[in-house]
Write a protein that binds this ligand. Structure first.
Ligand SMILES: Cc1cc2ncn([C@H]3O[C@H](COP(=O)(O)O)[C@@H](O)[C@H]3O)c2cc1C
Ligand SMILES: O=C(O)c1cccnc1
Length: 337
């Protein structure tokens, strides 16, 4: 893959005109294989669609997952000065230490699902600016974080799982969604780590202030002005994977919202992305509708870190095991319908 110099957000948006598509020939061959396997056609439902999706992006009839990369990006947010976060901001760095020690939920789920986890902490001691006072990041800061995400991607991976850690970022995600897709601030605000009704009302007021300042910007301008470093890094990783045709599993509300500015710039940017689960965070249902994506799982989870995406990797592996390992009617001597 050619390098990209990240000199302007306009250049990033312009990448949309030269994106490689999935391999339609491989996808058709995979669909035909599904129809030849020893089961009534279509009876494995979404497992069949997942296998065909993977075949298209990997460009082979029988896709494999030998190397699954999981990336968790962490960042800190100036908007925490507004009191939108029940937990203190130090928890971001403390959780990064916990990830590195193997003690978080994402560590266990990656181990079970067979994904190799890397954590990328982005300037945790230098939070972004409070978006109700000005842009959270300027263009150069946003591009730098996007580049960090891009460079973290293993282009040889068979699938990429994305997650985030950043105290206060449920407010950031709500602001991104409201600016990109419209509606009231309160439509997108949820409990996050446990904000009560009063806390959620404060979050909605803060998001509305951010919208009034930055809501008019183009999608990637919105990412810079309302997002944080881990949101920009997730967008950069999604972009690198898209260009290298590495399929991606996004996580919950916050991870999906981080990729949403790319969708708003051009929906083709996210055509290689599955969403691992529907988070219990209030805005995720609405966001998935805006993106036109059905999640793999709906498990009432609302943690972040990439946990829902890692869990969905197990389903993806199951889909490929059936696709690859099942006998055809001809092989097994089973009579067709
Ligand atoms: C111990 C702990 C572990 C976490 N792991 C993910 N998050 C999640 O919660 C945060 C967003 O919620 P809010 O906007 O309410 O701060 C993010 O860091 C997200 O990844 C966590 C939060 C906590 C407290
Ligand atoms: O769905 C998410 O991404 C989420 C929800 C609440 C808190 N942290 C993350």
């Amino acid at each position: 893959m050619q390098d990209f110099d990240f000199t302007s957000l306009n250049d990033v948006a312009a990448l949309a005109s030269a994106l490689p598509g999935p391999d339609e020939h491989a996808a058709r061959a995979a669909r035909a294989r599904q129809d030849s396997l020893t089961k009534p056609p279509g009876s494995l439902g979404t497992l069949e669609d997942l296998a065909v999706f993977m075949a298209g992006w990997q460009g082979v009839e029988r896709p494999r997952i030998e190397q699954a990369q999981a990336l968790v990006f962490a960042g800190n947010h100036g908007v925490c000065a507004r009191g939108v976060n029940p937990f203190p901001q130090e928890v971001t760095a403390q959780m990064v230490a916990n990830f590195n020690a193997g003690g978080a939920a994402i560590n266990q789920l990656c181990r079970v699902a067979g994904a190799e986890l890397s954590v990328v902490a982005l300037d945790l001691d230098r939070p972004t600016r409070d978006f109700t006072a000005g842009p959270a990041m300027d263009e150069a800061e946003c591009l730098q974080a996007m580049r960090a995400g891009w460079e973290a991607v293993d282009l040889g991976a068979d699938v990429l799982i994305l997650g985030e850690m950043g105290i206060g970022n449920s407010t950031v995600a709500a602001a991104l969604c409201a600016a990109l897709f419209g509606g009231e601030a309160s439509d997108w605000v949820g409990a996050g780590t446990g904000s009560d009704a009063e806390g959620r009302a404060l979050k909605a007021r803060v998001v509305a202030e951010g919208l009034a300042l930055h809501g008019h910007l183009p999608p990637l301008g919105i990412l810079a002005a309302l997002g944080g470093r881990e949101q920009a890094a997730i967008a950069g990783a999604v972009l690198a994977a898209r260009i290298a045709r590495v399929p991606v599993i996004l996580d919950g509300f916050i991870c999906t919202a981080s990729a949403a500015p790319l969708h708003a710039a051009d929906p083709a940017f996210l055509s290689h992305c599955l969403v691992g689960h529907r988070s219990a965070e209030a805005g995720h249902r609405r966001l998935l509708e805006a993106l036109g994506k059905e999640p793999v799982l709906d498990f009432a989870m609302r943690l972040g870190e990439g946990t829902g995406a890692a869990l969905a990797l197990g389903v993806l592996r199951a889909a490929l095991a059936c696709h690859d390992g099942m006998a055809t009617f001809a092989d097994a001597g089973v009579s067709g319908g």
